[in-house]
Design a protein around this ligand. Structure first.
Ligand code: BG6
Length: 471
């Protein structure tokens, strides 16, 4: 492994910070949602109805209160030897409504402290600019990312953070899992499709706005600091064909293309040729304005980051409908794979395949910015968790990642997802834990929020100390 390999961990602001109205912060989608047992998925399907409902408990409002614990938490990350820490800036701390002209100083000051704290320990911040937290006011007043005005608001936000943190942050990701906008548009783009007649049209127009915003942000970033490294971020996972029947293979091929579509634009700088047919068959006519295509072409990303939890499986046979859950997209159940308690399939070799495929396709440096196992932990009376299952998951995935590097893949780093327990993005629960650090907090908000090292804490510390030699 390269001696500069960036080992670390990752979180997202809206899943860990809490302090949901502190110091002038505005509201974002997660601030309006309960957990899965109290209607989270129903709320996502009918947001207006959800807005009229007062839920008993909102998991994001206090979350693990990283807002007030960040010094202690970053000290623990430093103790594990993190070289990098991925977090996101919560857009609504900087621009509470999204359309203000001037940024909120208190929000900027908070992230100054976070990055200073990281740098104090020699930890390189890796920052997601938009991780599922488009301001609620931009949804209410503009309809979210289906409105082109969001591009300007996003750029104004980028300008504020690039200028402010130009000497503290080098690695930036423009949008978390940009492909999320077609799978779960309310989360990826804060757009409500309830009254839309051509859903695909609205989704891909919003995607065009995000792709344009990403390219313009890349341009701006390089102008502000040519040393900046700007990455796209793909919710990744190779799709396998259920059989060698060519219909299955073709279906799997196209399933991956649906996601690679985004990276094709962000890396190659133009809409892929296969999108013409897809747009035609789905009655999609993108409103592309003068200059847009040049911007996409001229401002491609410096690297590709990805989340990887599992591979996916598909079949062209409609009778094959044995589904299981997964990140963003459900998959067919793969008989050769074990699943997590949430039904996510565990496939380390799938990581090696995914990395190789991405590198073959784009020849750009890759960065794994999410990988991990969401599991139910059972702490003993001293809050110690023997999470051998988590260690096993990471061990096998790191082995696969090392194999991919030996295959020739250029990989800059690996940040495990939820390095400290945080609120789950999909179900809003604390019980789906990914961390090396246990946080005493349950699904209803009970607990001291104290932090405790799990068994995996020392294990990962040694992995980093030996640069991945001892697993
Ligand atoms: C990714 C997201 O989709 O998966 C994260 O970028 C999320 O925000 C992660 O937390 C794991 O998903 P979940 O639903 O288990 O929290």
């Amino acid at each position: 492994m390269d001696k500069d390999f960036l080992w670390g961990g990752a979180v997202a602001a809206n899943q860990c910070e809490g302090a949901y109205l502190a110091d002038g912060k505005g509201l974002t989608l997660t601030d309006l949602l309960p957990d899965a047992n109290h209607g989270r998925w129903e709320a996502l399907k009918d947001l207006n109805k959800a807005l009229e409902t007062t839920y008993e408990y909102y998991p994001s409002h206090e979350a693990i209160d990283f807002y007030h614990h960040y010094k202690e938490d970053i000290a623990l990350f430093a103790e594990m030897g993190f070289k990098t820490f991925r977090t996101s800036i919560n857009w609504t701390r900087i621009f509470p409504n999204g359309d203000e002209k001037e940024p909120n100083e208190e929000g900027l000051a908070f992230y100054d402290s976070i990055f200073d704290e990281c740098l104090k320990y020699g930890i390189e911040p890796l920052v997601t600019i938009n991780h599922f937290d488009t301001p609620f006011a931009l949804y209410q007043n503009y309809g979210g990312w289906k409105n082109r005005k969001l591009v300007d608001f996003y750029l104004n936000y980028c300008k504020a953070v690039f200028n402010r943190f130009k000497d503290k942050v080098k690695y930036w990701l423009t949008f978390n899992e940009i492909n999320m906008i077609i799978h779960l548009p309310i989360v990826g783009g804060f757009i409500d499709l309830k009254n839309e007649s051509n859903l695909e049209q609205v989704k891909y127009q919003a995607a065009h706005h995000q792709l344009l915003a990403s390219a313009l942000a890349t341009k701006l970033a390089h102008e502000i600091n040519p040393e900046f490294k700007i990455g796209c971020m793909l919710g990744a996972g190779k799709t396998y064909a259920h059989t060698c029947h060519p219909e299955d293979v073709w279906k799997a091929y196209n399933a991956d293309r649906k996601d690679y579509f985004f990276i094709d634009v962000q890396v190659r700088g133009y809409y892929p040729s296969y999108s013409k047919r897809f747009f035609k068959e789905n009655n999609i006519t993108l409103d592309i304005q003068d200059g847009d295509l040049e911007v996409l072409r001229e401002h491609t990303v410096d690297f590709i980051s990805l989340s990887y939890y599992s591979s996916r499986l598909t079949s062209a046979d409609p009778k094959m409908n044995d589904k299981t859950d997964g990140n963003i997209v459900p998959s067919m159940k793969n008989q050769y794979l074990e699943v997590s308690e949430w039904g996510w399939q565990i496939d380390p070799l799938g990581l090696r395949i995914t990395l190789n495929e991405l590198y073959d396709r784009y020849q750009k440096p890759l960065f794994i910015v999410e990988n991990g196992l969401g599991a139910i932990d059972s702490p003993d009376e001293n809050f110690y968790v023997e999470d051998d299952y988590r260690i096993a998951y990471h061990r096998e995935h790191i082995k696969a990642m090392k194999a991919a590097i030996e295959d020739g893949v250029e990989l800059w780093g690996y940040t495990t997802w939820g390095c400290i327990d945080i609120v789950s993005a999909s179900n809003g629960e604390m019980s789906k834990r990914y961390g090396f650090i246990y946080v005493d907090l349950d699904n209803e908000g009970n607990g001291t929020r104290k932090r405790y090292k799990k068994k995996s804490f020392d294990w990962y510390k040694n992995v980093i100390a030996t640069n991945g030699e001892e697993l």
